[in-house]
Design a binder for this molecule. Structure first.
Ligand SMILES: [Zn+2]
Ligand SMILES: [Zn+2]
Length: 238
């Protein structure tokens, strides 16, 4: 009953939003759709067979320059596409302009990238935004993405992580930066963490945030954590 009510409300809000702010393509602003056929065809998707199975970097299947010998708290990583047009524009509009109607196409890409992981995982966990970022944006884009992903993949979304205010990274060396990222994400006290988890984020940049999330979850009892991102900003090093 509650589910029906929620779905009805969501539809009503969606219809009202479409009337007030007609949908426009996240890639090229074409009216009438959130992702036009031309931009869909241009999406810079990562071919899984070519990607690093450990961190999801494109072209890393036979030796990865990005994760190298780094110790990672997550077992595997996948990214749907490269952070280039039109995917980068979609991600920015979703996060920075509050265009939450783009959550569906972005989550759909994540579901496709996750593939069989959605059967393997007990639950999906969002990378938490800091309280300051949520206050600034007025919403938690990561939690939104995880919730839509969970609905599409028919798995549970668990709010297992919490962000703490992060120290300014400027002027910090690589080790201190990693330590800073680690201390900025913690497991929610007292949360029961399932054994097999997928952590989802919109952008995988250096991987330190997703690594910190995986570390917090394994520390709280998860047996294996895999990480999933919609877009991969290339050139970062773990
Ligand atoms: Zn378009
Ligand atoms: Zn790699």
């Amino acid at each position: 009953m509650r589910g029906t009510f929620t779905t009805t409300c969501r539809r009503a809000v969606g219809i009202a939003a479409d009337l007030l702010w007609p949908p426009r393509c996240g890639g090229c602003d074409l009216p009438g759709t959130m992702l036009c056929d031309r931009c869909r065809a241009e999406l810079p998707l990562i071919e899984r067979a070519d990607a690093c199975p450990r961190c999801g970097a494109p072209d890393g299947a036979h030796g990865c320059a990005e994760c190298g010998r780094s110790e990672l708290a997550f077992a595997q990583g996948r990214c749907a596409g490269v952070f280039e047009w039109p995917l980068d524009r979609m991600v920015r509009l979703h996060k920075d302009a509050g265009e939450l109607r783009l959550t569906d196409p972005l989550a759909r890409l994540a579901v496709a990238a996750a593939g069989e992981w959605t059967d393997w995982a007990d639950a999906v966990v969002a990378v938490p935004s800091s309280p300051g970022a949520i206050a600034r944006r007025g919403f938690d884009h990561g939690a939104h993405l995880a919730a839509v992903f969970a609905r599409m993949a028919d798995i549970t979304a668990v709010e297992a992580l919490r962000a703490r205010p992060r120290r300014d990274q400027r002027g910090l060396g690589r080790e201190r930066r990693a330590a800073n990222a680690r201390s900025s994400i913690v497991a929610v006290p007292g949360v029961t963490v399932p054994e097999r988890l997928v952590v989802i984020d919109d952008v995988f940049t250096t991987g330190s945030t997703l690594d910190a999330a995986a570390r917090a979850l394994t520390g709280a009892g998860a047996r294996e954590v895999r990480v999933l991102a919609v877009a991969r900003a290339c050139g970062g090093r773990l």
